[in-house]
Unconditional design. Structure first.
Lengths: 108, 111
């Protein structure tokens, strides 16, 4: 099976940089995705890493290291609207498995 | 184009009643997922449909839960004899390759 671990909560200051880590166990997968979910809303896609390395999309970047079974989401120039839950997800050979989510609180 | 839609958006039912939740995926998406999310919790996988293959039902919590997908498009999640612990938001997502597109969810409340 597949399992993913994330910190449950992270707090960061507006304008700062924050990194949300995701470690996983799997027998094989296509890639690692990240999703954002605001309270009361549905998850929305942020980023996808099929290969090792860094993928940059505006203020958000995502990193994957298959050899370390590890990935992270990096948020730069934090804004108050970035306060949300962030989920990593493994795109496996059969289905997608989500992590437990990290609740990010951005404070002034 | 239209995204994933779900209906109803809210459903309040009495314990013991059956409910049906509907998901209309994005046209052409071959994969369809159902998840359950309790307040403040992560996404709990329920069931996965991929094309014409047999669905992956490994996440269904009990035999009271079932789902079908007709014509490779619309899906219905049925919960029989609802219990209070079934109260949650039920999310549907569809995908073509790896990126999942989520619907707005159905908030189910069992009294």
């Amino acid at each position: 099976g597949q399992s993913l671990e994330q910190p449950s909560e992270v707090t960061a200051v507006e304008g700062a940089i924050v990194q949300i880590n995701c470690t996983y166990q799997t027998s094989g997968f296509y890639g690692l995705s990240w999703y954002q979910q605001h309270d009361g809303g549905a998850p929305t896609f942020l980023s996808y890493n099929a290969l090792d390395g860094l993928e940059e999309t505006g203020r958000f970047s995502s990193f994957l290291s298959r050899s370390d079974s590890y990935g992270y989401l990096l948020l730069q120039e934090l804004q108050m609207k970035d306060s949300a839950s962030y989920f990593c997800a493994l795109a496996g050979y059969q289905k997608v498995t989500f992590g437990t989510g990290t609740k990010l609180q951005v404070i002034p | 184009g239209a995204g994933v839609s779900q209906s109803p958006s809210n459903k309040v039912t009495e314990k013991g009643k059956d409910v049906e939740l509907r998901c209309d995926p994005i046209s052409g998406h071959t994969a369809l997922y159902w998840y359950r999310q309790s307040l403040g919790q992560g996404l709990e996988f329920l069931i996965y449909f991929q094309g014409n293959s047999a669905p992956d039902k490994s996440g269904l919590p009990s035999d009271r839960f079932s789902a079908e997908r007709t014509g490779g498009s619309v899906s219905t999640l049925t919960i029989q004899r609802t219990q209070q612990e079934d109260s949650a938001v039920y999310l549907c997502a569809s995908s073509l390759v790896d990126t999942q597109y989520f619907g707005p969810g159905t908030r189910l409340t069992v009294l």
